[in-house]
Write a protein that binds this ligand. Structure first.
Ligand SMILES: *Cc1c(COP(=O)(O)O)cnc(C)c1O
Length: 217
C-alpha cells in the first residue's frame, strides 16, 4: 500500500479524540509530501537538525513535534517553530526551553516524559520526580513553557499484558495530575506496534512511523 493509503486507513480507524503524529524520522521529504498531500499536518521527528531542515523545505502549515531525546544545547534550533516537544525529562531542559522560548517570543508546549518501561535505557521521570518538578518554584516562575500532558514508551516486548500494565500505569499518573491541572490534555502513548492497545488504555495522541512510511534502515 502507498503512504497515502496507509495513512488514510489508520486515520479512519482512530477515535475522534485521538491525534495522529506521523513519525517521519529518516524519511525523505518526498515521502512526507505524499502524507501532506493526503491531508496529514502533524509530523514527528527525533533529531532537531533533521526536523529543522524539513521545516525549512516544507509548507508552513505543518506542526512539527519533537519526539526524541532532546539535548539542551540544541533547543535553540527548534525554538522558533516547534509545536510540541514530547520528551522533556529534566528541570534543566525545562529551563533551557523556557529561555529559548523567551528569545523566540513565544510559548512552547511540552509533554513530560515518564519512565514506565522495564528497560533502563528508556528516558523519563518517575512519579516523584514529576511531582517535584511541577511543584518547584523555578518551574512555576516560567512563563514561556506550558506543560500540556505526559508521554511514555512501554517496554519493547511481545507480552501484551506487560505493555498494558505499563500504559495503564501512565494513564493513572496522567489522571492524577490532570484533575488538578486543566492544561493537562495530552497523553502521548502508542506507536505502530501498540497504538490500538494504547488507545484502549486512554491515549489521546499516537506516534506512528513504520505503519505509515514503511520500515526504517
Ligand atoms: C520512532 C518513534 C516512534 C514511531 O515508531 P514506529 O514503531 O515506527 O511507529 C514513536 N515514538 C518515538 C519516541 C519514536 O522514537
Amino acid at each position: 500500500m502507498s503512504i497515502a493509503q496507509n495513512l488514510l486507513s489508520i486515520q479512519s480507524a482512530l477515535p475522534a479524540q485521538v491525534t495522529l503524529v506521523a513519525v517521519s524520522k529518516t524519511k525523505p521529504i518526498s515521502d512526507l509530501m505524499e502524507a501532506y498531500e493526503a491531508g496529514q499536518r502533524i509530523f514527528g521527528e527525533n533529531k532537531i537538525q533533521e526536523m529543522a531542515e524539513k521545516w525549512e523545505a516544507m509548507p508552513k502549515d505543518i506542526q512539527w513535534h519533537m519526539i526524541g531525546h532532546v539535548q539542551t544545547n540544541k533547543v535553540k534550533f527548534m525554538a522558533p517553530f516547534v509545536s510540541l516537544i514530547h520528551g522533556v525529562d529534566s528541570l534543566k531542559l525545562v529551563q533551557e526551553i523556557n529561555k529559548q522560548a523567551v528569545k523566540a517570543n513565544r510559548v512552547i508546549d511540552c509533554l513530560l516524559q515518564i519512565h514506565i518501561a522495564e528497560e533502563e535505557t528508556k528516558f523519563g521521570l518517575d512519579q516523584q520526580e514529576l511531582t517535584s518538578l511541577l511543584s518547584s518554584s523555578a518551574f512555576q516562575e516560567m512563563r514561556n513553557i506550558r506543560i500540556v500532558g505526559l508521554m511514555g514508551m512501554a517496554t519493547f516486548t511481545d507480552n501484551k499484558d506487560q505493555i498494558k500494565k505499563e500504559l495503564t500505569h501512565l494513564k493513572s499518573i496522567f489522571d492524577s495530575f490532570a484533575v488538578r491541572n486543566p492544561q493537562f490534555t495530552i497523553l502521548s502513548m502508542g506507536m505502530s506496534g501498540d497504538y490500538q492497545l494504547a488507545i484502549e488504555c486512554g491515549s489521546t495522541m499516537v506516534r506512528i512511523g513504520s505503519s505509515i512510511f514503511g520500515g526504517r534502515n
